[in-house]
Design a protein around this ligand. Sequence first.
Ligand code: C6P
Length: 396
Amino acid sequence: MIDRDQFPIFSHQPDLIYLDSAATTHKPRSVIDALAHFYAAEYATVHRAIYRPSLEATERYNDTREIVRRFLNASHASEIVFTRGTTDALNLVAASYAREILKPGDEILISVMEHHSNIVPWQMVAEQTGALLKYIPVDERGVLLWENAIGPKTKIIALAHVSNVTGTINPIASLSRAAHLAGAVLVVDGAQGAPHIAVDVQKLGCDFYAFSGHKCYGPTGIGVLYGKKELLEKMPPVQGGGDMIVRVDLDRTTYAAPPLRFEAGTPIIGGVIALKAALDFIEKIGRSKIASHEDALLQCATVQLAAIPGLRILGTAPEKGPILTFQIEGVHPLDLATFLDLKHIAIRSGHLCAQPAMRAFGLEAAARASFGIYNTLNEVDRFCEAIQDAIRNLIT
Ligand code: C6P
């Protein structure tokens, strides 16, 4: 599908079969070079200084905002806030938007499938405001049973675009319409969506969309919050400091307009610049090509694993991202991951930072393989053979 030589990790670790892209993706040469080149040749602060290198760094920083706007098809670059990642972005919506609008008795609706990043911030804001946190159930396939869940008191609905446990792709456009009919906003945790699916926030109709650069072939420490202009403009900042102000007096501060209002302090300049290289990398391949390649890998792995007696796949929704979580009767997921690691196969094991989702399946831990653009069908076959081998060796 792509030239794997673009990813230096595979020349440093030629035996590695990396099946943990849902945790974080490896980086193509173009991203590593963009980051190294910025630090080596162009490094300067942004927004504050008038010397040439700083003006140029500021221009490149701002260029990325426009690239992200296009990546999400947002209407305005000012709707793009740079954050440290998805977690940071979701916490910003909870601590600012939600804290501002929620009254005692209002309802926040999330699902039992969410990552802890899309549960804990809502629990915190519910406690602070007296709002109630309610959960949408899922069926045994991992499909959201949401139709009757939205009520007159629902003010915020926060859901994953793609579940990091079941891989389920949630029907965001329908959920947006239903949320708006009820007078609520829809917050989308796009951590597993943005790397795999073409995201058009105007078509999806969501009010907020969060994602992480490091799951999109970019660096760690940089993420994005998209928010509708009219909502961001009403939101108070959560952090105060440099760069987020128009004027500071001894007794008061006038805040800058969004997005700078939410980007206090010296920003993640190198991360932002390298994020552009990552999104360019994705766009150059094309998101529909990425999705179809990863879907082929997922189908190939699913067919092989589903045929193994005693192996249960968690998440069999009709629409899935490239995530395959499973459990084998009589084999602890940590033992399985250790066994596979001896064969240089990297999978995730444990609760996947989604303990309520695990418990909904009656488990405390599971194993997960997830696919990226650099994986091959041959790697999938070797992974499935290694699973068979693990079963022969680990079940006594
Ligand atoms: N899931 C996984 O292995 P951060 O850490 O902020 O970049 O992303 C958090 C996050 C939020 N939502 C979803 C759906 C996610 O999958 C993640 C990160 C990783 O599944 C690490 S636990």
